[in-house]
Ligand binder design. Structure first.
Ligand code: SAM
Length: 281
C-alpha cells in the first residue's frame, strides 16, 4: 500500500497527524523525522500492515501499536500495562525542572535533594528528570507489576539504573504515604484522578488503558486528600507538585487554604488549571 493511500485509509480513525506519521515511521522502520520527506508513492510492503490496520479498526491507541510515546522530547517504551503519557504531564515536569534547578530550593544541593515520583507508570516523570538534571537521583513508586516492568525497560533504555530506586508500594495505604513524604523533599505525583462516573462516560476512549491508572474513589480526590493531609503533618518543608483533573482546582484551592499551604496552579494549553504546586510555609 502507498503511504498516501495508507494516510487516507486511517485518517478517520487516527485523528492526530503525528500519530499517523508515527505509524508510518514504525512500519517502515525509519526515524520519525524522515517520514515527512518521503515521496507519497513510497510503498509500505510491511507484513505488519494487516495487523496494524486491524488494530486501528479496533481503536487500539497508536502508542500501544508502536510501543512508544514521545514525552518531553524523549521516546519512552510503553505498552498496555501503563497509561500513555499525556502532554499535560509535561507541564508538571517543566515546573519540577525549573524548581529543582533553583539553587536555593530547600537550601539543599542537587545531589542531596530527595525526589520521589509517585504513581510512576512508565516512569516518564522520574526518568525525564534524570535525563534533564544529571546530578539528581530519584525514587519512583507504583503498585503495578506491569508498570514496574515498563519502568525497568525505560531505565535500561536511558541508562539511568545507578540513579534510580524503583519501589513497589500501595499508595492507598496511609502509613506508606506518610513514610514516603517524611523521607523526601520533592514529591511529584500524577495519581489516578478520574471519578467512577466520569470513567463510565469516557470508557470508549479509555478502555485500552489500565483502569487502575485512571480511576479512584471520593470523586477522583482520594489521593489528593491523603497527600495534602500528610504534607501538612511533616515537620520539614516539602514541595508537592501534582497533576490534577480539569475540574478539581476549586476543591484543591479550598483544601490548601484550609491547611494553610502555600500554593499555585499552572494552566494547560486550554487555560485550565492542571498542575498544583504546594508546600508548607
Ligand atoms: C495516572 S497514571 C500515571 C502514570 C505516569 N506517572 C504518567 O504520568 O504517565 C497512575 C499510576 O498510578 C498507579 N497506581 C494506581 N493505584 C496505585 C496505588 N494504590 N499505589 C501505587 N500506585 C498506584 C497506576 O499503576 C498508574 O501507573
Amino acid at each position: 500500500m502507498r503511504i498516501d493511500d495508507f494516510h487516507r485509509e486511517i485518517k478517520s480513525q487516527v485523528l492526530n497527524l503525528s500519530d499517523r506519521l508515527d505509524l508510518i515511521s514504525f512500519m517502515l522502520d525509519i526515524p520519525y523525522s524522515e517520514v515527512t520527506s518521503l515521496s507519497s508513492d513510497t510503498v509500505i510492503s510491511s507484513s505488519l500492515l494487516d495487523v496494524v490496520l486491524s488494530k486501528i479498526s479496533k481503536k487500539i491507541p497508536v502508542a500501544y501499536i508502536t510501543g512508544r510515546r514521545e514525552f518531553y522530547g524523549y521516546e519512552f517504551y510503553v505498552d498496555s500495562g501503563v497509561l500513555i503519557p499525556r502532554v499535560e504531564t509535561e507541564i508538571l515536569i517543566s515546573e519540577a525542572i525549573r524548581l529543582i534547578k533553583n539553587q536555593k530550593l530547600l537550601d539543599k544541593a542537587l545531589a542531596e535533594l530527595k525526589v520521589v515520583d509517585l504513581f510512576t507508570g512508565s516512569g516518564v516523570v522520574g526518568i525525564t528528570l534524570l535525563n534533564e538534571i544529571e546530578e539528581l537521583k530519584v525514587k519512583v513508586v507504583d503498585i503495578s507489576d506491569e508498570a514496574l516492568k515498563v519502568v525497568q525497560k525505560n531505565v535500561d533504555k536511558f541508562d539511568v539504573g545507578t540513579r534510580i530506586d524503583i519501589v513497589q508500594l500501595d499508595l492507598s495505604v496511609e502509613s506508606n504515604v506518610e513514610s514516603i513524604l517524611i523521607d523526601n523533599d520533592i514529591i511529584l505525583a500524577n495519581p489516578p484522578y478520574v471519578s467512577e462516573d466520569y470513567y463510565i462516560e469516557m470508557v470508549e476512549s479509555l478502555k485500552y488503558e489500565p483502569k487502575i491508572a485512571l480511576v479512584t474513589k471520593d470523586n477522583g480526590l482520594f489521593y489528593y486528600n491523603m497527600l495534602i493531609y500528610f504534607l501538612t503533618q511533616c515537620m520539614d518543608r516539602k514541595i508537592l507538585i501534582t497533576e490534577i483533573g480539569f475540574n478539581q482546582s476549586d476543591y484543591l484551592r479550598e483544601l490548601c487554604y484550609k491547611y494553610g499551604l502555600t500554593h499555585y496552579f499552572l494552566k494547560d494549553y486550554l487555560g485550565i488549571n492542571r498542575v498544583l504546586v504546594c508546600s508548607k510555609g
